[in-house]
Ligand binder design. Structure first.
Ligand SMILES: [Zn+2]
Length: 326
């Protein structure tokens, strides 16, 4: 006679991993998005796929050690990730390429594993437990070095047939006069409204105004960053405020296009730029959005709000997807 199966000691938890351009975050996450253990380590800049893999396995082992009952592993990774194979094809700002990440992690941990694009992972967390909770359709834009994003419909990510759809950062907002995008196209939302775009137009402005506040704060027009613009705008510098107006204009135009297609109940702005600058960016974004959205006088509008989960959205979403897939 075999012993009866012991009752489960609690609800399942998963390890969530978030691989960004500069750091790797790992945490044990419960089904209500609560964090039980958390480590952040620098993302390897060299050493290719193997260095990244070693850092991931090490971070996983560290957070898992005090939680032996972890049931699954989920990863949100910057770059082009095939779904559901979890094979990373390429990432523009990271050293890994052609990495069968899901299989390698599953082999090491012996646990069911999923690997998703990092912006999709953050979007699912915001949709279920953050600013989008209770909405049938939400769009999350992660605005930092680039613009990533995720479309969540009834709690599920829309990915397209091979996982590379929903590239909301690469909708074209100015095909004729826009800036060149890292993807090779011209005038993508990412090229016009990301943190990188803000820094670029801010350097241009500082060069044109060498005695202005931007050049003064940075010490040199070439050293102006997004943070410089934020500092200057807080001091009511007109040039800095105009730069946020300009970034918000393109962002609002892009959001209008997305809303015209998908009719989400809410649009959530996340990431280093989207989640942190508040009304400096939100006000011009909302204004341009209302100017360009289809049939403005005849419809109700979705809210445009900052993300609620902050930098933890990636690990939370990755873990939730892992728990879904068990
Ligand atoms: Zn692009």
């Amino acid at each position: 006679v075999s012993a009866p199966t012991p009752p489960p000691t609690g609800r399942p938890t998963a390890v969530g991993l978030d691989i960004g351009g500069t750091k790797i975050a790992a945490a044990v996450v419960g089904p209500d998005a609560e964090l039980r253990e958390r480590v952040v380590v620098p993302a390897p800049r060299t050493g290719g796929s193997e260095a990244t893999l070693r850092a991931l396995l090490d971070a996983t082992d560290r957070v898992r050690a005090p939680h032996p009952d972890v049931a699954a592993v989920g990863v949100g990774a910057a770059g082009m990730v095939e779904w559901p194979s979890g094979h990373i094809r390429w990432a523009p700002n990271s050293p890994y390429e052609n990495l069968p990440l899901r299989d390698r992690l599953a082999e090491h941990t012996g646990l069911p594993t999923v690997v998703e694009n990092d912006a999709n992972a953050a979007a699912v967390a915001e949709a279920r437990f953050g600013s989008g909770a209770g909405r049938a359709c939400s769009i999350t834009l992660t605005i930092g070095t680039g613009i990533g994003g995720g479309i969540v419909i009834d709690g599920q990510i829309y990915r397209g047939p091979t996982g590379i759809g929903a590239e909301v950062g690469h909708i074209i907002v100015d095909a004729e006069h826009g800036a060149r995008c890292g993807c090779g196209a011209t005038g993508c939302l990412e090229a016009m409204a990301s943190g990188t775009a803000l820094a670029r137009v801010a350097r241009d402005a500082a060069r044109a105004e060498p005695g202005g506040m931007l050049a003064d704060l940075a010490g040199d027009p070439e050293r102006v960053t997004g943070e410089t613009v934020f500092e200057a705008a807080k001091n009511n510098d007109r040039t800095a405020l105009a730069l946020f107006e300009r970034i918000g204009f393109w962002l609002g135009a892009g959001i209008a296009s997305l809303v015209n297609v998908l009719e989400p109940g809410i649009v959530i702005l996340a990431g280093g730029l989207g989640g942190s600058v508040g009304d400096l960016l939100l006000a011009p974004t909302r204004s341009a959005f209302e100017r360009y959205v289809f049939a403005r006088p005849h419809r109700s509008l979705p809210e445009i709000v900052p993300a609620r989960l902050g930098p933890d959205a990636g690990v939370i979403g990755a873990a939730l997807l892992a728990l879904d897939a068990r």
